[in-house]
Design a protein around this ligand. Structure first.
Ligand code: ADP
Ligand code: G3P
Length: 496
């Protein structure tokens, strides 16, 4: 009997596949990086075929490593870097151009124009999003304009989608053009109240509905893989954007439960229940997942530079050799010595959304060492996450019950302790931190009846370590005031 679930985790810098058993344990995994393409400053692209080929290769490798075949796999779940868009030809399956990656700022002028024309409120109320090049809508329009494909798109000859749809199309041999609620909610074209592509916004961005995927439950049927790919057909029963999948993998099933993923950036999602509550300033309302047509909504705050600041210390300043060395260097000093690093390297994301802000290191004197800077870089992840979580908790009327954490930098105990200290709330790290892939596996496995209910999944969540807050309120306030004034100084740097 097929008892395993294969998760395909298509990330920004690499494709990963993990095979899970019934108890949610990773049996085997494989990962492959693929090239990042930077055609001009602020513009990032991927080759869609490199995405597909690397994903397929890792899926096959994970099965091989586990000594399993397609017959052992009950279902596949897909999770993906979000907002990144691909256009392809329905007949040939060939991509029209490189994928425009979520980080790309290429549509900044178009977004500026939408803002000037007063679309902010309409877009916010319909989609839960703010106007920013981050989201897919303006990217679809950019590619349609660039290749003059609107007429063919309107006839359904050109298809468009986020990375999940692109993988689904290839996995099913061109039989299925679909996405799930969570990915659709990141396009700036999807109405999160009516649960449909929004005609007014499609018109505004001149995106023909015919090219867009059908939107389905995150946990449900998405077709089967083409037999030639794995030797037998495997049902695909789960799809979700990677941050939503991580929230699901962390078993944040109840209102008030939140997760923070500390990776290149930091992505915080708070489950707010069955109603799409309006987000506080600077935050987004987004769809977490849909199961049997029932939607769970989340508030989201995305911090663009988290662990990437540690990479900068490694590659730019050469203060450390590998990312994990940051821990020892940071421990060489008792505190940051009043140093703050605001890593606004690509502007600031939530809750500030200032694309003109730039990085700032402040408070230096002759006693400053690499240790202080290392500490400031780690603390910056916690400060930025604090700003988002504080805004979520104080202005949304949803009480934060738990903060669960994951991502590559969540191995850093000092970071998590500092986070708990800043929030005045405990932080919980689970045993399994591959929560993105696990979430995709759970969504697929629920639909394929590998697991019976979310209650059963919640029981599988296991605590590795809890970090209780230890700092006095006055000290917490002092630190946060210092941080806030550093952030203020970094804002609008380029604009001025
Ligand atoms: N011990 C550590 N302390 C702080 N940051 C770390 C540590 N180990 C890794 N990182 C950072 O975590 C990030 C990698 O996390 P990961 O979840 O793999 O990222 P992503 O999925 O966004 O590529 C890198 O930016 C790296 O610098
Ligand atoms: O691929 P990641 O982990 O960097 O995640 C990217 C996010 O989905 C962008 O919104």
């Amino acid at each position: 009997m097929a008892t395993h679930v294969l998760a395909l985790d298509q990330g920004t810098t690499s494709s990963r596949s993990i095979l899970f058993d019934r108890r949610g344990r990773a049996v085997a995994s494989a990962q492959q990086e693929f090239p990042q393409i930077y055609p001009s400053p602020g513009h990032v692209e991927h080759d869609p075929l490199a995405i597909w080929k690397s994903q397929l290769k890792t899926a096959r490798a994970a099965l091989r490593k586990a000594g399993k075949s397609a017959q052992d796999v009950a279902t596949i779940g897909i999770t993906n870097q979000r907002e990144t868009v691909v256009l392809w030809d329905r007949k040939t399956g060939r991509p029209i151009d490189n994928a425009l990656v979520w980080q790309s700022r290429i549509t900044t002028p178009l977004c500026e124009k939408l803002r000037q024309d007063g679309w902010e409120e309409t877009i916010r109320s319909k989609t839960g999003l703010i106007i920013d090049p981050y989201f897919s809508g303006t990217k679809f329009r950019y590619l349609l304009d660039k290749h003059k494909l609107r007429r063919r798109a309107a006839k359904g000859e050109i298809l468009a989608g986020t990375v999940d749809s692109w993988l689904l199309w290839n996995l099913t041999g061109g039989a299925v053009h679909a996405t799930d609620y969570s990915n659709a909610s990141r396009t700036m074209l999807y109405n999160i109240h009516t649960l449909d592509w929004d005609d007014e916004l499609l018109d505004l961005l001149k995106v023909p509905r015919q090219m867009l995927p059908e939107v389905r439950d995150s946990s449900g049927e998405f077709g089967v893989t083409k037999k030639a790919l794995f030797g037998a057909e495997i049902p695909i029963c789960g799809v979700a954007g990677d941050q939503q999948a991580a929230t699901f993998g962390q078993a944040c099933f109840e209102r008030g439960m939140a997760k923070n993923t500390y990776g290149t950036g930091c992505f915080i999602l708070l489950n707010v229940g069955r109603k799409p509550i309006a987000a506080p300033p600077g935050l987004l309302t987004t769809i977490g997942w849909g199961i049997n047509g029932r939607i769970t909504y989340c508030l989201e705050g995305s911090v663009f530079i988290g662990g990437a600041a540690v990479q900068w210390l490694r590659d730019g300043l050469k203060l450390i050799r590998k990312s994990s060395d940051i821990e020892e260097l940071a421990k060489s000093v008792p505190d940051s010595g009043g140093i703050y690093l605001v890593p606004a390297f690509v502007g600031l994301g939530a809750p500030h959304w200032d694309s003109y802000a730039r990085g700032l290191l402040i408070g230096l004197d002759r006693s400053t060492t690499g240790g202080h800077i290392a500490r400031a870089a780690v603390e910056a992840m916690a400060y930025q996450s604090h700003d988002v979580i504080d805004m979520m908790a104080s202005q949304s009327k949803v009480r934060l019950k738990t903060l669960r954490v994951d991502g590559g930098a969540a191995v850093n105990n000092d970071l998590l302790q500092f986070q708990a200290d800043l929030l005045g709330k405990p932080v919980q790290r689970p045993v399994i931190t591959e929560t993105t892939a696990l979430g995709a596996a759970y969504l697929a496995g629920l639909a394929a009846k590998v697991w019976g209910s979310t209650a059963e999944l919640a029981k599988q969540w296991e605590l590795d370590r809890e970090f209780p807050p230890q700092l006095a309120t006055s000290e917490r306030k002092r630190l946060i005031n210092g941080w806030s004034s550093a952030v203020t100084r970094s804002k609008r740097w380029l604009a001025d």
